[in-house]
Design a protein. Structure first.
Length: 299
């Protein structure tokens, strides 16, 4: 398989590049804000540059984890959110269609209102915020306008990343600095390790699947319990975590509370295990130790 990964400098994009390489595929990665040697500079909204890159690489599949991910920022900048989450990726998908490439789009549990989770693929979306609205708009347009498409809804993705933006990295940073961290007690999800999401994505593309899949971890828990589990695995006291209801955080974007995803459909078609939070965090810790060991030997 020849693959093009839009946003390969991010957490999911980096995991995709590793998964593609490990499975013997040829992959080209792009970045926008965080340069990586060997990757191509590309803004997801730059159609002419995207077209040139697609012509140059001739991919079988385009993976697109790029786009705004901060729900509160999307509320502040709805125009930019629509452009980055909906319009830019859809245009890249259309370009890929012209040249015979399939398109993998990463959506979110935020397309649901969180009243009756966990949700299966057939449940009716009802987003509460701009981020979820943009993801749903992209989903509908991709299904209507593209021929070969995969839409992967996911939730609370964590793993190693250069920018350390994901929840697990935030917890570890707070633990190391002794900073108190407010964590919700009423947002329930089934977090997934980025390496599992990436391997699942590549496996579905290898099978030339078309459709909508929920790809998340096997175990549901609230965010506070997840933070405690992070501390347990990495050897920190969880005393710095402040458990609070979502209503007290005064977040700009409304959050779906019971937003877990049912993953039976994906599990039935994947060999890749969708590990629960404990197993995923243990794998992340092992990966960190390996990287540290490699870094020390290189000094």
């Amino acid at each position: 398989m020849r693959a093009l990964v839009i946003g390969a400098s991010g957490m999911v994009g980096g995991a995709l590049m590793r998964a593609l390489s490990q499975r013997g595929h040829e992959a080209t990665g792009t970045y926008r804000n965080y340069p990586i040697e060997g990757y191509s500079l590309l803004d997801v909204n730059d159609g002419p540059s995207a077209e040139r890159l697609i012509l140059q690489t001739n991919p079988d599949w385009i993976f697109c984890p790029a786009g705004m991910t901060r729900a509160d920022l999307c509320e502040e900048k709805p125009y930019e959110a629509r452009r980055d989450i909906f319009e830019g990726p859809l245009n890249i998908g259309r370009l890929g269609k012209r040249f015979g490439a399939g398109f993998v789009f990463y959506s979110s549990s935020y397309v649901f209102d969180g009243q009756e989770g966990p949700y299966c693929e057939e449940d009716q979306p009802k987003p509460l915020n701009v981020y979820g609205q943009c993801k749903l708009a992209a989903e509908l347009a991709i299904q209507a306008q593209l021929d070969r498409w995969l839409i992967l809804r996911t939730i609370v993705v964590y793993g190693l990343e250069a920018q350390s933006k994901n929840f697990v990295c935030q917890v570890l940073r707070a633990a190391q600095s002794g900073t108190r961290m407010p964590v919700t007690i009423d947002q329930i999800s089934n977090p997934i390790y980025s390496e599992d999401l990436a391997s699942s994505s590549v496996e579905l593309a290898e099978q030339n699947k078309i459709g909508l899949y929920h790809v998340a971890g096997a175990v549901s828990l609230d965010r506070f319990n997840f933070g405690q589990l992070v501390c347990e695995v990495f050897g920190y006291s969880p005393a710095f975590l402040d458990p609070l209801p979502t209503s007290q955080l005064l977040q700009l974007a409304s959050r779906p509370l019971h937003s877990g995803l049912r993953i039976e459909k994906a599990q039935a078609e994947l060999k890749t295990p969708l590990r629960g939070a404990l197993a995923g965090l243990q794998a992340m810790k092992e990966e960190m130790l390996v990287k540290e060991s490699v870094k020390r030997r290189g000094i």
